[in-house]
Design a protein. Sequence first.
Length: 268
Amino acid sequence: MKHLFRLLPIFLFVLCCPWAKAQTDSVRAMRYTHLFGIGGVNLLDTYLSPLEYTGWQVSTMHTTERPLRPTSRWYLSARYGGDFARALSPTEDGKYWDANLYAAVQLRRQWKPLTALTLQGGAMGEVFLGGTYSQRNGNNPAQGRIGAQIGLSGQAAYAFRLWNKPWRALVSLDVPLLGLAFTPAYGQSYYEIFELDHRDRNVRCTYLGNAPSLLLTANLEIPLGGSALVVGYQADVRQHKLAGLKRHSWGNRFVIGWTRRLQILRNR
């Protein structure tokens, strides 16, 4: 656990360095997007229960996007937000409360194979923090999560006109490939880890083989004054199998929000 906390500041510093460089530009176009989601969720955490819990989930996500320089083909994006869920066991006599926070950056190169079509592809990095509380358990009623991961990021946007207005359809996908995550081992309590100092490789490596995950967002941007109304769908699949324990959180959400594109003037 201590090693993970030592690595996180370095990880965040590396992610934030491009922002400092980007802010030396004098004029830059920026896009801000705010999304709020609601939908269903399927939760499994074998540290707390061998059963799958299902229920509802709400979420919020804020993203910004800007070119590294006014004429650059490289774009730097950031997203952060969180989600909160309530889920019941199949017999409805158990209840989970689940919450997560995350922050991520993406560095992507842009291509325009068609006038109306814009493609982006590159890398992403994310840090996350979360936890699940079970109202049914007496011993070990909660499970915490913290970690960092890097992976691939892609985006496709198609611009078109409808009723003489500029609309846009957009699909984005983030797929983690490699990371670090804290986890207790099978049968190990948090009391053993933090009070008795009985460690069992509680910081583990995650990769596609033991933690296949993705964040998929498909939006339609509808022009509305100087901004655009955004409606769409989001699939948030987070799962892993570590230290003899399994966890998954499969979220399917309807999202609604707004987006705005601004020209920012900065002094060098």
